[in-house]
Every structure is written in structure tokens, then in C-alpha cells.
Design a protein around this ligand. Structure first.
Ligand SMILES: [Fe+2]
Length: 345
């Protein structure tokens, strides 16, 4: 396995790049905007293909690299289902698996630092975001934080992991890089409390100043979305309502870009084909399934995904590959569901 812990000294942020093999798919957790060039250089040096960029929560102290990485690599952006970010490509919730080739991370909902904080467990290690830090815990006094919720996330979820589990946090300001669950149980001063009330009391007395970047970072981090309007302005978008009207039309083919697990969990549009986003390039190039389908049958290709982001990128790529009929459903399955479009489960 390839595993790299990367550091942004300005914000004290750790980002994690991982892949199962050289030449394979890679995933990055908590990337920082200013470091995007560095990540992409490393991705190239290690001959990796970045396919997913994940944030553990909406950060208040740095601007996320999610949008820039998506724009430069066309990777899938991922956050928890309750993050109030405008658009990410994929949203995950407790119990889901976040997968790339050869690796699977278990998704743990660990609110408290913020109400959208998630942790990700991969084999012998857990990425704890700002929920559990080394000898500390993330503050709970803004972004709908809750010391009570954080106590639950810590004591009833993270600390229940095996003692030897490695703890990789999103931040450290003292120079520590990694810990273990056993070490934190024994030596983390915030965890030496006897009750939830004692923890709430402790967190309530911290009186921390706001992060320097907060006023810039939070608004920026809430707007990660790809400008789907650009695709719409080019005439390549359908509203969910328009797409509903095309169900059963033999002149169109609906193409679902989501992963199998998303289809199983959220349902799919009846009669649609499944062509996962990671395989898009093979499918749209001359000779590829979608290219042949569009050219030989003159059918209009209508892409869709969870929120319209993957499909917007797919439309642009398909148009670039000569599939001039390609368009997508603006807002994806989320808009489809809100418009009461039929679902197959
Ligand atoms: Fe944070």
C-alpha cells in the first residue's frame, strides 16, 4: 500500500494520500488548497490516478483543495450527507464504504466538533478529522458543534475501536504525527473525564479565539460546487422535470454514472444504463460503448449521477470526445427525487 501523510504548516493540517499500488487509483483526505500542486506532483511521481478527494468536515481554518483537485483531475469529491456544502459529487453516511481500487474505508459519523464531522476507518488506522486529535479533541464551540455529541462520538465510537488502531488526525500543532487508540485513552487529557457532563463542562471552559482564516475559509468551503450553470448555458442540461418527460422515449438513453452502492441505496431511474464514472473515458472514446451507442443509434445520451456534478464533467468530456448529443440532468438524482421522478429499487 502507498500511504503518505502530508502537512500544511500554515494551518497545521494533515492530508492523507493513499493507494493500493503504484499505477493504481488514489484517494486523498482533507486536502488544502495551497498544497494542490504538491499533491498532484506526488500523484504523478508515484504514477497514481487521483479518483476521490474527501473532506472529513467543513474546515474553518483553511480552504479545502476539493474544488481545485476536481477541476484539475476530474476526481470525485466526497463529504458526509449532512455537510451544508453546495455541491459535492458523492455524499456518504454511517455504515457506507468509501472505495477505490484495492482499498475500502468504513464511514463513521462522528459529530461534535461540527455537525458534519466524519471519520474513516481503513484496516489498522482511522482518520479522525478534528473529532479526536493527538492528546486533544476538536473544539465544539462553532459550526453547530456539540460537546455532548462529541463525547458520544469519542467514547461510544472511536474509543471502541481496537486499542492498537492508529489514529491519524486532521491537525496537529505540536509536531505529533500519529497515535493509537490505547495511547489516547491513557494520555489524552480531554478523555480523562468520568461523565458526559464533565466533558461538556471541560469543553465549555476552553474560551478559544476564532481561527484566523475562519471568515474566509467557511464561506469558501461551503461553495465547492462545479458551475453546473456553465453546462446549462451551453444547452447541455435538462431539468429533472424535462427528463421525467423523456422516460420511455426511444430516442434517448439515460446513463447512470454512480457507483453500485449508491444505486442500491438510493434507487435508479427505470430503464437507465449503468456506466460508472471512473470508466467514463473508456466508454466515450471512439470504439467505446457509449460512443458507439450514440453514433450508431443517433440516440441522445443523458448522463445522471447523485447531484449533477459527475454528470456535468461527463457531458463536457463526452462533447469533447465527439458525442454531440450528450447532456445531463441538472442536480442529478437529488433533483429527480424532489421532482417526484419514478425510482426503481
Ligand atoms: Fe475543523
Amino acid at each position: 500500500m502507498i500511504f503518505r501523510q502530508l502537512f500544511d504548516a500554515t494551518s497545521g493540517t494533515y492530508s492523507y494520500l493513499m493507494a493500493s499500488r503504484r499505477g493504481g487509483e488514489a484517494l486523498i483526505i482533507d486536502p488544502v488548497l495551497e498544497k494542490v500542486d504538491r499533491y498532484l506532483q506526488l500523484v504523478t511521481e508515484l504514477d497514481l490516478k487521483l479518483v476521490k478527494a474527501v473532506d472529513t468536515h467543513v474546515h474553518a481554518d483553511h480552504i479545502t483543495g476539493l474544488g481545485a483537485l476536481r477541476d484539475r483531475t476530474h476526481c470525485i469529491t466526497v463529504m458526509g450527507e449532512n455537510a451544508r456544502v453546495d455541491v459535492v459529487s458523492m455524499r456518504v453516511s454511517e455504515g457506507d464504504k468509501l472505495t477505490i481500487e484495492g482499498l475500502a474505508l468504513d464511514v463513521l459519523f462522528t459529530p461534535g466538533h461540527t455537525d458534519d464531522s466524519y471519520s474513516f476507518l481503513m484496516r489498522d488506522r482511522v482518520f479522525t478529522g478534528d473529532t479526536l486529535l493527538i492528546r486533544g479533541t476538536g473544539r465544539t464551540d462553532f459550526q453547530n458543534g456539540s460537546a455532548r455529541a462529541q463525547y458520544e462520538s469519542l467514547f461510544n465510537k472511536l474509543l471502541k475501536l481496537p486499542d492498537e488502531t492508529l489514529v491519524y488526525p486532521a491537525h496537529d500543532y505540536k509536531g505529533d504525527t500519529v497515535s493509537t487508540i490505547a495511547e489516547e485513552k491513557a494520555f489524552n487529557p480531554r478523555l480523562q473525564v468520568k461523565s458526559v457532563d464533565e466533558y461538556v463542562d471541560l469543553m465549555g471552559k476552553l474560551n478559544l479565539p476564532n481561527p484566523k482564516m475562519m471568515d474566509v475559509a467557511i464561506p469558501a468551503n461551503l461553495r465547492v460546487g462545479l458551475a453546473q450553470d456553465e453546462i446549462a448555458n451551453k444547452g447541455w442540461a435538462l431539468t429533472a422535470q424535462q427528463a421525467i418527460g423523456l422516460i420511455g422515449d426511444r430516442q434517448v438513453t439515460l446513463v447512470d454514472l454512480r457507483e453500485r452502492t449508491e444505486r442500491e441505496k438510493h434507487g435508479l431511474i427505470p430503464g437507465s444504463l449503468h456506466a460508472p464514472y471512473p470508466e467514463l473515458q473508456e466508454n466515450i472514446r471512439p470504439g467505446g460503448v457509449l460512443h458507439e451507442l450514440a453514433c450508431s443509434t443517433q440516440r441522445r445520451i443523458i448522463f445522471y449521477c447523485a447531484f449533477g456534478e459527475r454528470s456535468a464533467m461527463a457531458v463536457q468530456a463526452a462533447q469533447d470526445a465527439g458525442i454531440t448529443s450528450a447532456c445531463h440532468i441538472h442536480g442529478g438524482m437529488d433533483a429527480w427525487r424532489k421532482a417526484n421522478g419514478p425510482l426503481l429499487r
